[in-house]
Design a protein around this ligand. Sequence first.
Ligand code: SF4
Ligand code: SF4
Ligand code: FES
Length: 337
Amino acid sequence: MKVKLKIRKFEAKKDTLPSYKTYEVEVPETATLLDCLDKVKWYQDASLTYRRNCKNSICGSCAMNVNGRTILACETHVKHELTVSKRNELIVEPMNNMPVLRDLVVDMAPFWDALQAVEPWLQPDESKVPEKEYLQSKEEVHLLDKVAGCIMCGACFGACNGREAEEKFLGPAALARAWRYTMDSRDARQKDRVALYNEPHGAWDCTHCFFCVEVCPVNVAPMDQILKLRKMAMDAGMTNNPGARHHVGFEKIIEKSGWLDEVKLPVVSLGFNLIGQLSMIPLGVRMFTKGKMPHLIHTPIEKIKEVRDIYQLAREEEKQQRKMLAAAIERKTREKL
Ligand code: SF4
Ligand code: SF4
Ligand code: FES
């Protein structure tokens, strides 16, 4: 089959403007995007630059964007991609959220820096060093399996909306790893870690866009791990920050009225922060002049009782889960003794 590729070309060293170049290659119907790029590089344009190594979704080096979606080139079948995108060409670009060095190669330093910031190494209690080695039960190992499978491809980081809005946000892969070390039974710094990840630009900067879950080739589901970190912070009473206040405020407002009070939520989220509150005034004025001002009088919806019943059910379920968890921990402690 013939495949048309429109590839973004750029060379940071030459400081020229990026441009797109179209190539056409003849490949078997089973070809991956990486096969197509190899064909371009070997037979048409040796200057085309991209990363690749294992060709088997293991090394994580070939992450890039195709038709606006972040993927691994070695596991993306071009026939399928052309069918689902309903296009006659593939637009191939480097990942977002990292500076481009050349063509499809980005500088991954921001990704590694974020990872470094979460201290991704074991920090056991040095006063309790075992004689031989640290042992873990099968369950303790399995708990970490999913996140430990991360191949560091950076796809989630490139696709992250939160990172695009705030370049100090640690991003999905680093925070997923943060959860992994927080939950490791050999690590002794769980409380300090939760506090660290609860700081500005940590777990609370995620906007729940789900992109990291969607693009991760090995199902790490970073957003899920971020939500767990948030819950751990809330359970530990670390609630004095805009993210936690937003969470609590959102929950309370919906329980009270069944719909979102868009005037009250930012006020609650910012807390006693006069400068922050004043900074909302221009936004309020802009919304008013564009006819987007939310309702100032906020009354409960007709079926509010049903909403409150859902809350009640969720609370009872959580209580049950906590009881089961406490019983499991107690059982485990007894077994160890
Ligand atoms: S869900 Fe959160 S961490 Fe994941 S991509 Fe979206 S903003 Fe980023
Ligand atoms: S979490 Fe998934 S998408 Fe993100 S770096 Fe790891 S393997 Fe890649
Ligand atoms: S070449 Fe290794 S993951 Fe694609």
